[in-house]
Design a binder for this molecule. Structure first.
Ligand code: NAD
Length: 295
C-alpha cells in the first residue's frame, strides 16, 4: 500500500509505562491521540495512570488544555498488561528497559499482532535500531524515536534511521513528533546517535575530573554552567538521568565503537555498585535526602 494512502494515525501503542512511556503517553493524549499503554507490571500501569492523570490536570491548570479535552484525553487511555491489544494500534512506540534481548523479544512478539503497514519505533537511548529492526520483518517501517526526559517539557525528538528504514517511515515518525509540539531531528543509526555520543563523554570526563581531584563536584558543575552557559552542570545532569543509565550508555558506546575514549570512569562504576544512582535513589553526586548525612 502506498504510504500516502494510509489512514492518519489515531491510536498509538506505547510499550513500557515507566518514566519515558508514561511521559510519551501523557503528551500523546494531550494532543488528541488514543493510547494503548502496556506494561508487564500492573504496579507500573497503575502508577503511570496516576501520573498521567496528574499531568493532564496540571495541563488544565496551566491553560494548555481545556477541562473538556482533559476528560476526553483520559477516556482515550487504555492501560493493559496484554500486548495483544496492539492489534488496533496505528503506530507503536516501545519504551521498555534498555536491554537488547528484552526489546528484540517484544518486537518479535509484536510482529504478528500489528498490521503490516504499522511503524514500529523504539525510544532506546543507545541500542542499534538496525539490530532491533532485524527482530521483525518490517525493517523498512522501523525507526528510533528518541524522546528526552521529562517528555512533556523537552522539545527534542531524535528520529533515528536504521540501515533499512524507508524515507517515508522517517517522514511519518517526524510528522508524529511535530504534531506533539516537538522538534524532530533526523540522525543515522550509530552508537549513542548524536545526543548521547556528545553528552556522555562530557559527563564521563566530568566524573574523571572529580576522581582525579581536579576539582570538587560543585566546582566542575559551576565551571560548565558559568563558563559554557549550560543550564545544568554535567554531574547534576548525570544525577537526573540516573548514573546507572549513564553507565549503560557509556558501555554501549565503548562496545559499539571499540574505542577506549568511551571507557567509563571507575568512579562512575563504583557509585552505581554502591547504589548511588542519582535523584531516583536519593543520592548520587548530590544528596537528595535531607536526612541522610553526607561526608
Ligand atoms: P523504566 O525502567 O522507568 O521503565 C520501563 C518499563 O518497562 C517498566 O515499567 C517495566 O515494568 C516495563 N517493562 C519491562 N519489561 C517489559 C515488557 N517485556 N513489556 C512491557 N513493559 C515492560 O525505563 P525508562 O527510563 O522509562 O526507559 C525506557 C527506555 O527509554 C529505555 O530504552 C531508555 O534507554 C530510554 N530512555 C530513557 C530516558 C531517561 O532519561 N530515563 C531518556 C531517553 C530514553
Amino acid at each position: 500500500m502506498d504510504q500516502s494512502t494510509h489512514p492518519p494515525i489515531q491510536t498509538v501503542g506505547v510499550i513500557g509505562a515507566g518514566t519515558m512511556g508514561r511521559g510519551i503517553a501523557h503528551v500523546l493524549l494531550g494532543h488528541g491521540y488514543s493510547v494503548l499503554l502496556t506494561d508487564t507490571s500492573p504496579g507500573a500501569l497503575a502508577a503511570a495512570t496516576r501520573s498521567i492523570t496528574a499531568g493532564l490536570a496540571r495541563d488544565v491548570e496551566k491553560g494548555r488544555l481545556t477541562a473538556e479535552a482533559k476528560e476526553k484525553a483520559f477516556e482515550s487511555l487504555q492501560p493493559s498488561s496484554d500486548l495483544a491489544g496492539m492489534v488496533s494500534a496505528d503506530f507503536i512506540i516501545e519504551a521498555a528497559p534498555e536491554n537488547v534481548d528484552l526489546k528484540a523479544d517484544i518486537f518479535r512478539r509484536l510482529e504478528p499482532l500489528a498490521r503490516p503497514e504499522v511503524i514500529f519505533a523504539s525510544n532506546t537511548s543507545s541500542i542499534s535500531i538496525t539490530r532491533l529492526a532485524s527482530a521483525t520483518s518490517r525493517a523498512g517501517r522501523f525507526c528510533g524515536l528518541h524522546f528526552f526526559n521529562p517528555v512533556p517539557v523537552m522539545k527534542l525528538v531524535e528520529v533515528v534511521a536504521g540501515m533499512e528504514t524507508l524515507p517515508e517511515t522517517l517522514a511519518k515518525a517526524s510528522s508524529l513528533a511535530s504534531s506533539l509540539g516537538k522538534t524532530p531531528i533526523q540522525v543515522n543509526d550509530f552508537p549513542g546517535f548524536v545526543s548521547n555520543r556528545v553528552l556522555m563523554p562530557m559527563i564521563n570526563e566530568a566524573v574523571y575530573a572529580v576522581m582525579e581531584g581536579v576539582a570538587d563536584v560543585q566546582s566542575v558543575d559551576a565551571v560548565m554552567k558559568l563558563g559554557m552557559n549550560h543550564p545544568m552542570g554535567p554531574l547534576e545532569l548525570a544525577d537526573l538521568i540516573g548514573l546507572d543509565v549513564c553507565l549503560d550508555i557509556l558501555k554501549a558506546l565503548y562496545e559499539g565503537f571499540h574505542d577506549p575514549k568511551y571507557r567509563a570512569s571507575p568512579l562512575l562504576e563504583k557509585m552505581v555498585h554502591a547504589g548511588r544512582l542519582g535523584r531516583k535513589s536519593g543520592r548520587g553526586f548530590y544528596n537528595y535526602c535531607p536526612t541522610t548525612q553526607t561526608e
